[in-house]
Design a protein around this ligand. Structure first.
Ligand SMILES: CC(=O)[C@@H](O)[C@H](O)COP(=O)(O)O
Ligand SMILES: NCC(=O)COP(=O)(O)O
Length: 238
């Protein structure tokens, strides 16, 4: 079964726009789980543009499904994650001021850094996932970092889906095959949507988790949050 982890960054974006507590991020996380979400994902960026450090502590108290915290493993992130102890930490090579995540790790050039932080997180009992592109040599090098899982960065798939979905999915199927041979778990995320999720799932049913935020929260403006989560679960044959 491929779990749906709802990324609630954009709920915090809306809340921060007015400086109050509406929408209430904690309540939305609880409701997402009640509506069927099998995980909650957040990306507490250094500038707190959406999810704040306080949100992380508040959400830890209420999330009962899989709590997944994403971010660049600097000292701030590592200290926070080791204190919170989520089910999973997803390491993303984002510089502090990037608009959004736009690349995966170079598991060859950054191998020693990744090995160190992954060992630290695993010693704290936290499952690790690393955000990664589909370049064969980088996927082949992923297991050497000690990570439990990879998260396939699916923006290129989403971008090319409408043009030619069969072509768009090929690098991801190939990457998944290599990862599975290395006994790596497979997550996926970024720009997944109601348009492209079903086909990705049909081609890579071995995915453990998809984490979806921007499109899902945008869809919820039209379909409502409960209905939208159900629509996404249906794409995963649930
Ligand atoms: C790592 C990834 O692809 C997304 O989870 C990321 O968290 C999106 O970040 P923003 O919501 O800040 O665009
Ligand atoms: N890891 C991907 C994620 O959590 C959400 O990405 P997006 O759906 O907001 O693009």
């Amino acid at each position: 079964m491929t779990r749906l982890s709802v990324n609630i960054n954009k709920i915090a974006t809306l809340r921060n726009a007015r400086g109050g507590n509406n929408p209430n991020v904690v309540q939305v996380a609880k409701d997402c789980e009640r509506f069927g979400a099998q995980g909650i994902t957040i990306h507490p960026r250094p500038d707190e543009r959406h999810i704040t450090t306080q949100d992380v502590y508040d959400l830890k108290q209420v999330v009962t499904t899989e709590f997944n915290i994403e971010g660049y493993p600097d000292q701030r992130f590592m200290d926070l994650v080791k204190e919170i102890k989520p089910a999973q930490a997803t390491l993303v090579p984002d510089p502090p001021h990037v608009l959004t995540s736009n690349a995966g790790w170079d598991t060859i050039k950054q191998k020693s850094f990744l090995k160190e932080v992954i060992a630290d997180l695993k010693e704290a009992g936290i499952r690790t996932s690393i955000f990664i592109g589909t370049e064969t040599h980088l996927i082949e090098a992923a297991a050497d970092t000690g990570t439990d899982r990879i998260e396939l960065y699916t923006e290129p798939y989403a971008t090319n889906y409408a043009k030619n979905k069969k072509e768009a999915v090929v690098p991801f199927v190939n990457a998944a095959e290599i990862a599975l041979k290395q006994n790596l778990g497979i997550n996926a995320g970024h720009d997944l949507s109601l348009e492209n999720l079903k086909y990705l799932y049909e081609q890579i049913p071995e995915m453990e988790e998809v984490s979806i935020g921007h499109a899902l929260i945008s869809d919820a403006l039209y379909f409502g949050l409960e209905n939208t989560i159900q629509l996404y679960l249906r794409q995963l044959k649930q």
